[in-house]
Design a protein around this ligand. Structure first.
Ligand SMILES: [Zn+2]
Ligand SMILES: [Zn+2]
Length: 338
């Protein structure tokens, strides 16, 4: 079967590999039709993804069709189209016992820690499949990306009408924005890039955009009538931005780190304490996020039209990928087709 492997940084290889053996109980064999590309894949390509080893078959945002599955409680059968929850968890650690499968102690993400879906066929646990009778394969491949925002918004427990600031209007920020809007908050987005801000306003219905190069704190103060936002999400993955994010949080407010960076975050304790600020991290997403997102897409409440900006066949990917990752490409979501 056709397989795309990231052999080493900056080098994809297209090859023929043996098809997987028949599935064991609890597994399903699925045909991969669509693979979404995100920041994690780009970091891996550039050799900057921590805890990543080569060669690796990347691909964790998958739109698939079941080829073979044993009898299962969930009624899944051959031909069903599904999204794959790529977070393989142990099932018995402290996090798993509390239902927090997204942050399992020994979490293995398909396509990151273990070989993923950039191939025609893959075996996955039946429990990780989330089916839809009506969504297209592109949409199913987008569910994982949207899960990041959906879970982050759940972490913040947004209340209707509060001012929410999202720092960073890249894919993660837009995913947060999509779900913050459903919570009916007043949404402010801050970014250094005017085009991204404009995109967020036009395509995602953001209420206020703030350019980071144009006195942003004063501007956010002005928008919120001097109160500052009660919730701030940082979706940049930049240490500088994350440390700067504290200054935007209202007294009594919450700060959610969605993007992550390799290193230390420092802050002034008196500044933090005076505000009785709550800091939260958000990692991956939960099975319930997949279920909810599929329902929201099916009902049309989450519009996936703005997301896919780039598309390639698996055969063309090794050649096209360098163009996709260049800063000028303006890629929000690239989709690879098998
Ligand atoms: Zn991703
Ligand atoms: Zn676990």
């Amino acid at each position: 079967m056709k397989t795309v492997t990231l052999d080493q940084p900056f080098q994809f290889t297209l090859s023929e590999t043996p098809e997987p053996s028949r599935c064991e109980p609890g597994e399903a064999l699925v045909r991969v039709h669509r693979v979404g590309i995100c920041g994690t894949d780009i970091h891996a390509y550039r050799g900057r993804q921590p805890y990543f080893s080569y060669p690796r078959i990347i691909g964790h945002e998958l739109g698939v069709e079941i080829v073979e599955v044993g009898l299962n409680e969930r009624g899944l059968k051959a031909g069903d189209r599904c999204s794959v929850e790529p977070y393989l968890n142990c099932g018995h650690c402290i996090a798993c016992r509390h239902g927090k499968t997204n942050c399992c102690i020994s979490l293995q993400c398909l396509g990151v820690h273990t070989d993923g879906g950039m191939r025609e066929l893959i075996k996955v646990p039946v429990t990780k499949l989330h089916k839809s009778d009506t969504l297209g394969l592109d949409q199913l491949a987008l569910v994982e990306t949207l899960g990041i925002g959906s879970h982050a918004v759940d972490r913040a427990m947004l209340g209707m009408g509060e001012y929410v600031l999202v720092i960073g209007a890249g894919p993660i920020g837009l995913s947060v924005i999509q779900f913050a809007r459903l919570a009916e908050v007043k949404l402010i987005v801050l970014d250094v890039n005017a085009q991204r801000l404009d995109f967020a306003r036009r395509q995602f219905g953001v209420d206020y955009i703030v350019n980071a190069q144009d006195n942003p704190l004063a501007r956010v103060m002005e928008i919120t009538d001097g109160d500052l936002p009660t919730v701030v999400f940082d979706a940049t993955g930049s240490g500088e931005s994350m440390m700067g994010a504290f200054q935007y949080v209202a007294h009594g407010g919450r700060l959610v780190f969605v993007g992550l960076m390799q290193g230390d975050i420092t802050f002034s304790d008196p500044f933090f304490h005076r505000r009785e600020m709550t800091i939260l991290s958000s990692r991956n997403s939960l099975p319930a996020n997949f279920t909810r997102i599929i329902a929201l897409m099916e009902s049309g409440r989450v519009n996936t039209d703005p997301w896919i900006t780039h598309r390639a066949s698996a055969d063309a990917l090794p050649e096209l990928f360098p163009k996709w990752v260049s800063p000028e490409s303006g890629m929000l979501k690239g989709i690879v087709e098998f």
